[in-house]
Design a protein around this ligand. Sequence first.
Ligand SMILES: Cc1ncc(COP(=O)(O)O)c(C=O)c1O
Ligand SMILES: N[C@@H](CCCC[NH3+])C(=O)O
Length: 439
Amino acid sequence: MSYYQYGTQTTNQAGHLSIGGVDTIELAHEYGTPLMVYDVALIKQRIAGFKQVFEEAGVAYKVTYASKAFAAIAMYQLLAAQGVGCDVVSGGEIYTAQQAGFPLATASFHGNNKSAAELDYAVTAGVGTIVLDNFHEIDLLDQVLQEHDQKIDVLLRIAPGISAHTHEYIMTGQEDSKFGFDLKSGQATQAFEKVQALPRLNLRGVHCHIGSQIFETKGFEMAAKAMIDLLAQWAKTGFTAEVLNLGGGFGVRYTAADQPLAPQEYVRDIIAIVKKEATTANLPLPEIWIEPGRSMVAEAGTSLYTVGSRKDLPGIRSYVAVDGGMGDNIRPALYEAKYNAVLANDPDGAAVETVSIAGKYCESGDMLIWDLPLPQSQPGDVLAMFVTGAYGYSMASNYNRNPRPAVVFVENGQSRLIIKRETYADMAHLDLNESPSHL
Ligand SMILES: Cc1ncc(COP(=O)(O)O)c(C=O)c1O
Ligand SMILES: N[C@@H](CCCC[NH3+])C(=O)O
């Protein structure tokens, strides 16, 4: 095998890339391309791995999936069946979870500018926890609760002032951030006092999230320590935190240059540091919550594209274009994210050339992979691009009025369509076509 295999990926007897026991070339024929393929067994393995670490440590916990990484009805159903909660960040994610029959009592609602309508929706839909992000939201939520004569559990999102080593755009825990109550300037304690004075808000603890695609455990350790120190201060007022949510952010391996720990290792480390710091501060151990997104689904996702045109610039480079691009995966254009890919019809084939994989969108920046060693490719070959399961489909767009791809789950030799390919009519269905006049 010449490629790094994630989850159930292997080369089958036909010499094709297989995922979940299903031939990816057959998937491309059956469902068309671009196609997103999710290895369900790998998602289940990740969930089980996270839970196991907590179980072994014998601590109270909650594993919640950050839906923004990939939200779909089938995904929420898979989570519910595996007994994990989720975090939602919009009315749309709440709606999708609700359609899936997801137990919303296990969901947490995040966001730096939740609207009154979204808060109302969350309260009436039965979302279990609101993660309060700012002072305006505290007032909005209290108002909504008064209207419904209800109470709700809340956490306070704290910006701990920790810069994790990751791309600037996906860093969130540093002081200069739009998210959460700032720790250093005292905003966090002001928010604590404000919430404590509002009987409809049942403050259960604190939340922080220091960023995404993080490889080192140091940042999590610093964040955990900062949170425990804060809770120790608040404990002097008689407050006992029941929950400490340390967010997500665990890194994954996109290419060989990425060397993350196994996802469970981050959690093992987090548990150890929380235990140590809580003991030192003489605090009862709170329930530890995590909310991984990327590490739950990224490596389980593979994008299949069909190879089309080619442009050779002797001495410069060769562009090989595929039938998708920045509309189904904005990450290379947005973050200069790096990916790896193989020809699904010849995954073990020796590379004979280096090509750059272009998308089909009208942007020079619509490049999926620069300088990829590949066997000789022909139009009609299927390119399998790895680790596209997080922030791919969920950040997809209809730029150039290209339809968003279909999505399938594969497991045990079977495939199931979970999101249909968008049609031209789907994309135009909100356009009004009633009057020939121009106002
Ligand atoms: C509040 C919060 N929780 C969890 C996550 C999930 O992060 P990741 O996908 O890196 O695990 C994010 C996204 O970065 C987030 O903003
Ligand atoms: N969307 C980003 C991560 C942001 C996570 C949300 N806070 C990515 O693709 O890496």
